[in-house]
Ligand binder design. Structure first.
Ligand SMILES: [Zn+2]
Length: 380
């Protein structure tokens, strides 16, 4: 039996992939404690299940005494937190997910190795489905693109590079640590952690960059490779988004995927803006129910029972069309920012056509940012 043990000062963490194995590990440690006349504070001892899947929850015992469970699972705990706090913002939920769920396996990832990379991404997808109220068939790449969440793989990428920087790049790091790293790089055994990390970058053809980085230990390349990795993750999602055969999946069919948004040369904040605005277009959200089939953001709003925002002018719904075209509160910035609107006579029917043109998105983006700033100031 192998015991994975993480020691920090007088704290001990035991980890296992299998409940029976964990109980055996606990028993071994317990016998050792007994023989060494050591005491454990059971009140401060907890078990935590990171992803139970469909497995029944197991109880664990220390010398016959029940060890308290921190939560059924990290994801359940997150869902509880989000529900209790009535968080409506999907970005705040993302930060909660990273803090409450991702951080747990990440804490010990040099020991786990790369065993849980895919599981962690699946967990993220599950969380996104729950947050957006989407069906179990909605693929992860769509959820990530629609909500602007980056795959948890990027956090793992950063974590690997930070670990290497801490070992080899910091002025305070010792010669022993550096030579240990150098030894592992040359090591033929393919199971060790550096090789697992190398394979992790291989998926996006970045293993050569990774090996170069750890051999010349330059901090600049560290940021380079994170940037490359983030771009590769994004490209991967985008290519899946535009090549997928979505005829059989109602969820995606209703989505009216716009290839042009993701393949355009626009910057990512602008792509996000375009997509968000498209999903919140006025004909979709009427304040009470969705009139369209089920776009993410409306599902998100409906799921959270968020009422439609009343405009400060008194209009019932402060929707895209209202803010962009109708409302006199926004007249001044509209006249100064949007040349497109001044040049054309905009009606409800040609508004969408106009809005979907990539050439115009810059103006709309600037306008929308200013309008949102103005919205948050008091109106007189
Ligand atoms: Zn208004």
């Amino acid at each position: 039996m192998q015991i994975f043990i993480l020691l920090y000062a007088d704290d001990i963490i035991l980890m296992s992939n299998c409940p029976n194995d964990l109980q055996s590990q606990i028993n071994v440690i317990q016998k050792y404690f007994e023989s060494a006349d050591l005491q454990v504070n059971l009140g401060k001892t907890k078990t935590m299940i990171i992803n139970s899947g469909n497995q029944p929850i197991t109880n664990f015992y220390w010398n016959g005494e029940f060890i308290e469970q921190k939560s059924n699972s990290a994801l359940t705990q997150l869902m509880q937190t989000v529900a209790d706090s009535r968080v409506k913002d999907i970005d705040i939920s993302r930060r909660l997910f990273d803090a409450l769920v991702t951080s747990i396996p990440m804490y010990a990832f040099p020991i786990w190795g790369m065993k849980f990379v895919d599981k962690l991404e699946k967990l993220q997808t599950r969380c996104l489905r729950w947050l957006t109220g989407s069906s179990t068939y909605t693929p992860g790449h769509i959820l990530r693109l629609e909500t602007g969440w980056v795959s948890t793989k990027l956090i793992i990428c950063k974590s690997i590079l930070t670990t290497i920087c801490n070992v080899a790049l910091k002025p305070s790091s010792t010669e022993e640590a550096k030579s240990c790293l150098k030894f592992l790089i040359r090591e033929e055994n393919h199971d060790h952690v550096i090789n697992q990390w190398k394979h992790f970058f291989e998926e996006y053809n970045l293993s050569a960059d990774f090996m170069d980085l750890i051999q010349d230990y330059t901090i600049k390349r560290h940021n380079d490779i994170i940037g490359k990795y983030a771009q590769a993750l994004l490209n991967d999602d985008v290519s899946r988004m535009i090549t997928i055969n979505y005829n059989n999946i109602a969820e995606i069919k209703s989505h009216a995927i716009k290839d042009q948004i993701y393949t355009s040369n626009l910057s990512w904040p602008m792509k996000r803006f375009w997509q968000n605005m498209r999903l919140q277009e006025p004909r979709v959200w009427t304040g009470r129910k969705c009139t369209n089939l089920g776009e993410m953001y409306n599902k998100w709003n409906r799921h959270r029972n968020k009422p439609a925002q009343n405009c400060k002018c008194g209009h019932r719904v402060e929707d895209l069309f209202h803010v962009m075209i109708e409302c006199n509160i926004y007249n001044t910035i509209r006249n100064s920012e949007i040349k497109v609107i001044k040049l054309n006579s905009i009606t409800r029917s040609n508004f969408h056509h106009l809005f979907y043109k990539p050439d115009h998105i810059n103006e709309f983006y600037t306008y929308w940012k200013l309008a949102m700033e103005q919205r948050d100031k008091p109106h007189y």
